[in-house]
Design a protein around this ligand. Structure first.
Ligand code: HEC
Ligand code: HEC
Ligand code: HEC
Ligand code: HEC
Ligand code: HEC
Ligand code: HEC
Length: 497
């Protein structure tokens, strides 16, 4: 028999390695062709099969080849030549033929199953069930909030991984660490945010949303109840200037002006949570740079660590698109407005918020205490109402408990304060991290603080029930008199307590 390769190649280990390598190579080719010619090519999992699982098998085969060659070379140098000692498989012998066929087909099937099995295992690690419930207590806050969010049908992986192998590997590496931290209770409570390894919004949010195509304004209605005996009601109607666009569609405007590809906004944050932003840089389309500095704080830009410099994207405003822990005033307002909580119960707004905001160490204690606080308030202060409106009080308690279960997770210290939402500016700094009127450039430009730059208040009904309407925009009337002009103060000075 003529041999094409040098003799060191002809040993069983190398030959088995070669078989494994060629079969996996064939499979990789097959998956590639599948990807090119069918729509399943969009499936990131196929990529994982083709780029991670099969290549691993291929590499294993190649390593076997190399190991066989080295081992054989040693044997030859020791004079133990295998020349002619390779097992001879005589395919004319029916017994050997059957054994050979069984062995080859078996190997092939085994390989396929290994690939399929690891694929299935991989697929399971990508399900919301796995992400949200395997480490039950740890993920409970995020999973509960997620189920009640506008993105409850977007899988965890849609925002946390996205497609492509590089982010898959990154996230699985950090996942392996998380697994370790849960096993050995090394995780922090609450889980730290911002998520440092979060993929940029370009690969996640922007796969589904395109603010370049947003143009309109959105009308939003708010109903408020003050913490007085009558739970005095007032209303506000606003047009939120969603905006969007870019220079192709006409200049970008409104809130989504930030996301236009015509310019870039960089900022430096002085705290880990990105709540304090003393320095902002706007780079315009023609390369001009405008730097705004917060004149109300002292800082040294040279001493900022490099990782605190960030290019602004969706997540700098929408940091809670899915894990929203609602603020209690807002939730109780909504529940009273929907009549789930009876507005006729004196001080119900006040006592509900107070019961929610009391710090508790455990959920069961919290739920019991909410019931005790509300019941004993009416029993001691409004005896007659306590007796006449037992059912209303009981259902109010139930609703407040449900607000608690949805938004407070004492075990993980998760609530609206530990996870501030950046989309507004009333209860958390949000937009006012840059738009408080304190960020000034050398040229004297100020990042706008005008109450009508982001939204127009078009209707307002005050506590006496007097309604004002103006499509051009009304001046905001604070629901109670705070003794000074609300525009000169940060809303959070009073509202983030
Ligand atoms: C719509 C997009 C989106 C979806 C879907 C989503 N997340 Fe998130 N998640 C985010 C963003 C954005 C952050 C980071 C916020 C930040 O860095 O400030 C985050 C943060 C987290 C954090 C860190 C703690 C925290 O609350 O900030 C955990 C844990 C988490 N997500 C788990 C999950 C799990 C589990 C699922 C699926 C059940 C899921 N996420 C689905 C967008 C999403
Ligand atoms: C897989 C597609 C998908 C991804 C990825 C995605 N979204 Fe969404 N998003 C949706 C859909 C669909 C809706 C509409 C849900 C509805 O109206 O019920 C939505 C709604 C929204 C809304 C409006 C919510 C509201 O209260 O009405 C915002 C804001 C938003 N997404 C922001 C984001 C951000 C920020 C990210 C990235 C962190 C993101 N989305 C990632 C599909 C996606
Ligand atoms: C400067 C802050 C900011 C940035 C950056 C930003 N958004 Fe928004 N976005 C808002 C605000 C404010 C709203 C309106 C309030 C709301 O819906 O809660 C909004 C609304 C939306 C909505 C709902 C639109 C509607 O008509 O109801 C979607 C979807 C959305 N944003 C997606 C994105 C995506 C995707 C990005 C990144 C490309 C992004 N946003 C970047 C602040 C921002
Ligand atoms: C990291 C800093 C930063 C944050 C956070 C931020 N902005 Fe801005 N914003 C800017 C800068 C810089 C400008 C450009 C200067 C200007 O026009 O005032 C701007 C401009 C705007 C404009 C005017 C756009 C136009 O038409 O010229 C609107 C509207 C706006 N921001 C809304 C918001 C809203 C709403 C939020 C919060 C959800 C927000 N911004 C958060 C930095 C920021
Ligand atoms: C940089 C943009 C921006 C500026 C400037 C701004 N706001 Fe807002 N405001 C927002 C956004 C964004 C929201 C949240 C909209 C939503 O709920 O989706 C909001 C919400 C509100 C709300 C409703 C709060 C709630 O949750 O009930 C009030 C009231 C309000 N703003 C008043 C003001 C007043 C008064 C000023 C001037 C001192 C002001 N805003 C300036 C962006 C801005
Ligand atoms: C000096 C403190 C202070 C400042 C600053 C302040 N508020 Fe208030 N605000 C209050 C008090 C006190 C109440 C009454 C709370 C209650 O009775 O429940 C209130 C009530 C409200 C309410 C209705 C109650 C509710 O359900 O939350 C809104 C809306 C509101 N403020 C918006 C704002 C906005 C927007 C800003 C910033 C532009 C602001 N406030 C700044 C003290 C303040």
């Amino acid at each position: 028999m003529r041999r094409i390769f040098p003799p060191v190649v002809y040993n069983p280990i190398t030959l088995i390695g070669a078989a494994i390598a060629s079969v996996s190579f064939g499979l990789i080719l097959f998956v590639f062709i599948l990807e090119i010619f069918s729509s399943i090519g969009d499936n990131p999992y196929i990529g994982i099969l083709a780029f991670i699982i099969l290549p691993s098998i291929l590499i294993f085969g190649l390593l076997l080849i190399a190991y066989g060659v080295i081992r054989e070379r040693k044997r030859i140098s020791q004079g133990k030549s295998r020349e002619g000692k390779l097992p001879v498989i005589d395919l004319n012998d029916p017994k050997k033929r059957a054994a050979f066929a069984t062995f080859s087909i078996g190997t092939l099937i085994l390989l396929l199953f290994t690939a399929f099995g690891s694929y299935k295992a991989y697929e399971y690690t990508e399900t919301d069930e796995f992400c949200g419930t395997v480490c039950h207590q740890v993920m409970e806050p995020e999973y509960t909030a997620y189920l009640g969010s506008p993105h409850s049908r977007v899988g965890c992986v849609g925002c946390h991984i996205g497609s492509g192998t590089d982010w898959y590997v990154k996230s699985k590496l950090s996942g392996a660490y998380q697994f370790y931290s849960v096993l050995f209770k090394k995780y922090s409570q609450p889980i730290p945010t911002p998520v440092r390894e979060l993929r940029p919004a370009e690969g996640t949010c922007e796969q589904c949303h395109s603010p370049e195509h947003f143009f309109s304004q959105k009308k939003t209605e708010y109903t408020y109840y003050i913490s007085d005996e009558k739970n005095t009601r007032s209303n506000l109607g606003m047009l939120i200037k969603i905006g969007g666009g870019n220079s192709v569609f006409g200049a970008a405007t409104g809130i989504h002006w930030h996301t236009s590809s015509d310019h870039e906004i960089y900022y430096m944050h002085s705290d880990d949570r990105r709540q304090e932003i003393p320095w902002v840089k706007l780079v315009t389309k023609d390369g001009k740079e405008i730097i705004y500095r917060d004149k109300s704080v002292k800082f040294d830009e040279a001493s900022f660590p490099k990782e605190n410099l960030r290019l602004m994207d969706c997540i700098d405003c929408h940091n809670r698109p899915s894990h929203i822990f609602h603020q209690p005033d807002k939730m109780v307002n909504v529940y009273i407005d929907q009549n789930k909580i009876d507005p006729e119960l004196p001080y119900i707004k006040s006592i509900s918020v107070q019961a929610l905001e009391t710090p508790y160490t455990e959920k069961s204690i919290a739920l019991d205490s909410i019931s005790t606080i509300i019941n004993s308030f009416y029993r001691s202060t409004y005896r007659d109402i306590y007796e006449k409106k037992q059912d209303k009080i009981a259902s109010a308690i139930q609703e407040v408990q449900s607000i608690y279960s949805r938004n407070y997770f004492p075990y993980m210290n998760a609530n609206w304060k530990s996870f501030p939402d950046n989309i507004s500016h009333v209860y958390t700094p949000g937009c006012f991290r840059c738009h408080a009127g304190n960020h000034v450039s050398d040229e004297g430009l100020v990042i706008s603080h005008d109450c009508n730059s982001c939204h127009l208040i078009i209707t307002q009904t005050d506590s006496r029930g007097i309604r004002k309407v103006d499509i051009e925009g009304l001046e905001f009337e604070h629901p109670i008199d705070i003794g000074s002009d609300v525009r000169d103060l940060m809303c959070t000075d009073c509202h983030s307590k």
